[in-house]
Design a protein around this ligand. Structure first.
Ligand SMILES: [Fe+2]
Length: 472
């Protein structure tokens, strides 16, 4: 672009093929007109694609900044950052080579250096992006391509700026490297289509496909309709690619988050299961102290969980009440074996000693800071619904719900297990006792659920079985 003024009138205009020997320029169009004339001509021809380039530039810059902020702020790898950076580079290239740019920048001499630089930088971010989105399956291939594009960039820049070999002369080599990279990326995408891995990044794959189709359309327009320098189809493809890169990123974050949630959930379940195993072992040691109530804690835990399940507890609450059931008598650990296993009637002092086990149990369990609620079952399972129980004499809803459930299960197991002086009570008698205790000893709601369980237990399976005594 050569601006002329009045001093140039009647001067002779010579158009030379090259600026210097090392940097041959190609003159594509020649016409002499006013500033407005040139501007109007170029604006009509390239205005839309230039505006579109600016839109892609702003959009990809925005996405790059957002990606950068997330990366710094959340310290999280954001693939979108590299995708947008690559697209930003393409937009910069299109702006640099646009014939409108001299009018916007008021720099009328354009030697195309920036265009070449942006063109050679294109693969950097895009290769990192595609490599990451393809889960590093073709890492070696991309590493080679990255090194190749880096050499391409360094060598031609060095030769150009030392005026040894210009970018324009190296065009065919630069384009060959870029073409090779594009071909390799296409091959990896086709391999992923064949292996089904493409399902891992469907949005990006569709974006790339649209971009390729639009680029082909542009080449067709260029060759068959001579619509020179109209990058509109490629720009539309580029914009689609940017949008789909962002969608892909949102989808990836969502997938990672749900995977993490699943992992946390599984880990929590694993931990709970481990805790249950430990608690079960502990409960076994309590039951082992009592000659006549082997397996008691385990059965109370089972019955409590069943009642709670019928009442509507969720999975985590069921685990909690199961553990509370297992540990409800843990306070007995501090009571002498001779008192626990005394076959004859207990003295008043001995009975008072036994009555201390809920408080002792709660004291032990309160040390489990991660699950302080475990102490509830131990402390209040001997409370009665009418307030005549121990150790605190609380009544009705004052008694924590899990303790009211365990109270029913505890009494039921006491009646349905072997004692030194009797076998399990007949099922009908157990039923009557539960009915009798409903509203006085037991919460009527949980007594009702227990009665329903008895009704469904046609073969009277819910009781201590002599043959399985050793499981505790
Ligand atoms: Fe107890």
């Amino acid at each position: 672009m050569v601006p002329l003024n009045s001093s140039d009138s009647s001067a002779e205009l010579t158009i030379e093929k090259g600026k210097t020997d090392w940097n041959p320029m190609v003159v594509t169009e020649t016409f002499i007109t006013t500033f407005d004339g040139v501007y109007n001509y170029l604006a009509e021809k390239h205005g839309v694609s230039f505006a579109m380039s600016l839109i892609v530039f702003v959009a990809s810059l925005l996405v790059t900044v957002i990606g950068l902020v997330i990366r710094i702020w959340k310290k999280q790898t954001i693939d979108m950052l590299y995708g947008a950076l690559g697209i930003l580079d393409v937009a910069c290239w299109l702006i640099a080579v646009s014939q409108i740019t001299p009018f916007v920048t008021r720099v009328y001499y354009v030697d195309g250096v920036m265009g070449f630089m942006f063109c050679m930088m294109m693969p950097f971010a895009l290769l990192i992006y595609i490599n990451s989105i393809q889960k590093y399956r073709y890492k070696t291939c991309y590493t080679i391509l990255f090194v190749l594009s880096l050499i391409n960039f360094i060598v031609w820049s060095a030769l150009h700026f030392t005026e040894v070999f210009s970018f324009q002369s190296a065009l065919v080599y630069i384009d060959s490297v870029l073409g090779l990279i594009a071909l390799c990326v296409l091959v990896t995408l086709l391999l992923d289509v064949r292996s089904g891995h493409v399902k891992e990044y469907p949005y990006m794959a569709v974006g790339f496909l649209i971009f390729v189709i639009m680029s082909i359309i542009e080449v067709i327009m260029l060759i068959f309709f001579e619509m020179k320098s109209n990058e509109l189809p490629m720009l539309i493809g580029l914009m689609c690619l940017l949008i789909l890169v962002v969608i892909q990123q949102i989808e990836d974050i969502r997938t990672v988050r749900s995977k993490l949630e699943d992992e946390v959930h599984n880990k929590t379940l694993e931990k709970e299961q481990m805790l249950i195993h430990i608690v079960k072992t502990l409960a076994g040691t309590i039951d082992a102290k009592d000659t006549y109530t082997k397996g008691h804690s385990s059965r109370v835990a089972d019955y409590s969980r069943e009642i709670a399940s019928r009442f509507g507890y969720n999975e985590s609450e069921l685990n909690d009440i199961y553990m509370m059931g297992l540990l409800h008598d843990i306070g007995k650990i501090g009571i002498p074996d001779a008192v626990i296993n005394k076959p004859s009637r207990l003295s008043d002092d001995e009975y008072e000693m036994i009555k201390k086990h809920p408080v002792m149990g709660a004291k032990i369990l309160r040390n489990i800071k991660e699950k302080t609620e475990l102490a509830m079952g131990a402390r209040w399972h001997h409370e009665r619904y009418d307030g005549s129980g121990y150790p605190d004499g609380i009544k009705g809803d004052e008694i924590p719900e899990p303790a009211r459930i365990i109270a029913v299960a505890d009494a039921y197991d006491a009646m349905t297990s072997y004692r030194s002086y009797r076998d399990p009570m007949p099922q009908e008698q157990v039923k009557q006792e539960i009915e009798k205790g409903s509203g006085t000893q037991f919460d009527p709601c949980f007594a009702q659920i227990m009665l329903q369980m008895i009704l469904e237990d046609k073969d009277y399976d819910l009781r201590e079985k002599k043959t399985t005594d050793n499981d505790a």
